[in-house]
Design a binder for this molecule. Sequence first.
Ligand SMILES: Cc1ncc(COP(=O)(O)O)c(C=O)c1O
Length: 379
Amino acid sequence: MDQSPLGNRVPFLDLDAHHRPIRAELDAAIADVIDSGAFAGGPFVEKFERDFATYCGCKHAIGVGSGTEAVWLALLAAGIGAGDEVITVPNSFMATAEAITYCGARPVFVDVDDSTYTMDPEGLEAALTPNTKAIIPVHLFGQCADMDPILDFARQNDLIVIEDAAQAHGAKYKHRMAGTIGSVGCFSFYPGKNLGALGEAGAIVTNDQALDSRIRVLRDHGQTQKYHHSDIGWNCRMDGIQAAVLSVKLRQLDRGNRLRRSHAAAYNEAFSGIEDIITPVAADYGEHVYHVYAVRVEERDHALWLLGKKGIQVGIHYPVPIHRQKAYHSLGYEIGSFPIAETLAHQLISLPMFPELSSSQIEQTAHALKEAVLAAASR
Ligand SMILES: Cc1ncc(COP(=O)(O)O)c(C=O)c1O
């Protein structure tokens, strides 16, 4: 059957299926906020901060308005500003680099490892200058970067390590939770994330008391007490409804991550022995949480066309690496600067991945992709 009937479509993400079983709890949590009037900051945010710090096994969690704000505030609190350079990777969502630029600093990229697609520590030495102040490894697709060599390099060169854990809620690196390995970790709770709000939200986690205090001041207009401003900050507060929702959804996170891992294993099994489909590598140093399950396919255009025709929704993360974005033309990076990130931009396809994905949806997706790849190989 070439054309899938409408009912046979496979969505990339199904938030409705995720929310249905907990809908009554979500409704009650939202009603509590409405009844209490604690809409901006307040007790629901404080509760979620305690819940999330406990989940991550760290001392402090600070709720903010988005993951972008989390990275930006972490940098500001670390004192990063004009004239500074921050090393990160080009295959991330734009927000990682944007936050660096919004502090007045300059993003400097290093290429990624060919198997995990996360920061290649080998690239750090060449990126280092006297202006380098920080490193932001990105735990891409739900897998931690290889943090120990990055931390060693940072220690040797007096740099702060800020983890972009926006895609890695609950992921682990050598038994340490993503976000708690460097000095500070940044999370996004964008609705499609493994832990997603019903709107925009983010959080910063740290064990450093001074950073925690500074971020709390900066996220609230630099106020130390109402209408007394020690710093120029911004409004980056988390809102009460998102915090209450997140406390409910946090209880589902580990179960969701376990299901994602078993779906990834099913995809891997379905693609085993097919040389033209490179499945994701889960490094043995940690625990992957498959925010994204992305395969590498050389003849991507044909595969995208066929998957689309069969009603299977897929994504591309990311079609243009950050150093090649028009917005960063001024940084002067040529094509070929980061060959692995650039190759990934042409080859990766993110397949449907969410906890409620059914085995028949996995089979349907895997069958269509195999058909596309085998057809391309026989042309
Ligand atoms: C790696 C990464 N960093 C930062 C962000 C920004 O988070 P937000 O969309 O909540 O601002 C995202 C969001 O997709 C992300 O994937």
